[in-house]
Design a protein around this ligand. Structure first.
Ligand SMILES: [Zn+2]
Ligand SMILES: [Zn+2]
Length: 137
């Protein structure tokens, strides 16, 4: 990640480090407001937004457009590994979920099949399961 930022001549400032660390600790995509609550006064909201935009441009952070039109952010798959998402329709929490490689193969087969039927060339996928989280059910 540091190399990617260096190549793009983006400074890995202390504020950006704090944002990346908070995203690394999170168990799913987080909105700017959620990150701000966790980080506290260390990074003002305006520079938090700026950091997310810069990190997104660099391909380090990716947006997740979840339920209720709220944009949440997470570290890119090339940093954290491929995974899917569980979205709680009651509280809006989005959690990461990783599945066993043998199940990932099945998901890939299904994705290929769906894409093929639509004449679509698949490049990536993100399975989103909507429902109620353990706390809300
Ligand atoms: Zn919930
Ligand atoms: Zn995720």
């Amino acid at each position: 990640m540091e190399q990617r930022l260096r190549e793009r001549e983006i400074r890995y400032t202390s504020g950006r480090r704090v944002v990346v660390a908070a995203l690394a600790r999170a168990e799913g995509p987080r909105s700017a407001a959620e990150l701000s609550t966790e980080i506290g006064a260390a990074v003002p909201l305006s520079s938090l937004y700026r950091s997310l935009a810069v990190l997104e441009d660099a391909g380090v952070v990716v947006p997740h457009f979840g339920a209720r039109g709220l944009t949440r952010y997470e570290l890119a798959d090339w940093i954290t590994g491929h995974h899917h998402h569980l979205i709680c329709v009651a509280c809006g929490t989005v959690d990461d979920v990783e599945i066993l490689p043998e199940y990932e193969i099945k998901v890939n087969e299904l994705v290929d099949l769906i894409a093929q039927l639509a004449g679509f060339e698949p490049r990536a996928h993100d399975l989103e399961i909507e429902g109620r989280c353990a706390k809300c059910s």
